[in-house]
Design a protein around this ligand. Structure first.
Ligand SMILES: [Zn+2]
Length: 331
């Protein structure tokens, strides 16, 4: 099965390809990537066509594995059901910008793996994260849109505490329940899953979460509920159409893929019958986007007034799954 790596980000821009065509074009060109045009995980061998190791290639060597039953998987070379644990490496690209990174992350291998790793990042849930500041952009430039951090700021909260649902439940708790449902759904359908947070607290700031996804995943989904109160529906945070932002690395190399992934997710959730807000996107300058070297989106799956029952969260997870299928199976 096809895999994606960071090299694609570079070519999506170098070739000036259209949003919709980006994943197609870069597949065709990937073999031509020069080493110095690549970022991070692109140091691993080309993996389109599958059959080689999954995810982080050489970076995986530091991972600890736990035993699991099952046959060797044909796509990712790992025994079905096996889990790998990865700890922080300060030498990774952009790692030096993170302030909180003492937790490890787990990679779960699907029983019938497609060889695609999805990073599932349950938003918020880092104790002490709101007292620490990190650079909004790796080059130190100010934020180009407002949001939880105002436009013009150069530093943002490392991990904010998030909003509270109208029934009093913290956002971090409902993003976690959705992440756990999504994890099972993705594994059932052959996606390997990198779980960024699996309990109430993880000591990883938004930059560390992004850097882990950059290293080990083929795409990065951060799950959130918005702070409005009218059950407005699902949308993703799109890359602001601001020249200075879109020309800053690694945004410059990756933004068409962030957009293509976001649009696929909106298409997928629509198919599943999930309510979508407006055009399905809202431009936002986010830390996650500013440091992502793999296709990466923050999705706001609902807001404070939205139903968070497992039935509704299962529907959202099915929609996200459908969106990922659209994205990775593009002709
Ligand atoms: Zn949030």
């Amino acid at each position: 099965m096809r895999r994606i790596n960071k090299g694609i980000c570079v070519f999506a821009v170098l070739l000036g390809v259209s949003l919709a065509a980006a994943p197609v074009m870069v597949r065709a060109e990937e073999g031509a990537l020069s080493e110095n045009a690549m970022i991070g995980k692109s140091q691993e061998p080309s993996i389109w066509g599958g059959g080689t190791s999954s995810g982080g290639g050489a970076f995986r060597q530091g991972g600890e594995t736990s035993s699991g039953p099952g046959d060797i998987n044909q796509e990712d070379g790992m025994p079905a059901g096996q889990t790998e644990t990865f700890t922080w490496d300060p030498s990774w690209p952009y790692a030096q910008y993170s302030q909180i990174h003492s937790s490890s992350v787990n990679l779960y291998h699907a029983g019938n793996s497609r060889g695609i790793v999805v990073a599932v990042n349950a938003g918020h849930g880092t104790e002490g994260g709101s007292y620490v500041q990190t650079l909004c952009h790796p080059d130190g430039t100010p934020k180009v849109t407002g949001g939880s951090t105002s436009e013009g700021a150069t530093y943002a909260t490392a991990v904010s505490s998030g909003t509270t649902m109208l029934d009093g439940t913290e956002e971090a708790r409902v993003t976690l329940s959705l992440a756990l449902i999504l994890k099972e759904k993705l594994l059932e359908h052959g996606y390997d899953v990198l779980m960024i947070r699996e309990s109430e607290d993880v000591q990883l700031d938004n930059i560390a979460r992004t850097v882990f996804a950059n290293q080990y995943a083929d795409c990065h989904l951060a799950l959130h509920y918005d702070s409005t109160e009218y059950d407005k529906g699902f949308f993703y945070m799109s890359v602001p159409d601001v020249a200075s932002y879109r020309s800053m690395e690694p945004v410059a190399s990756c933004w068409p893929l962030h957009e293509a992934l976001g649009q696929s997710l909106v298409e997928g959730v629509k198919k599943a019958g999930v309510k979508v807000f407006d055009i399905g996107s809202m431009p936002m300058d986010l830390t996650q986007t500013s440091y992502s070297t793999v296709p990466s989106v923050d999705v706001e799956v609902g807001d404070r007034a939205s139903d968070c029952s497992s039935w509704t969260q299962t529907l959202i997870a099915e929609g996200i799954l459908a969106g990922l299928d659209l994205y990775f199976e593009r002709p």
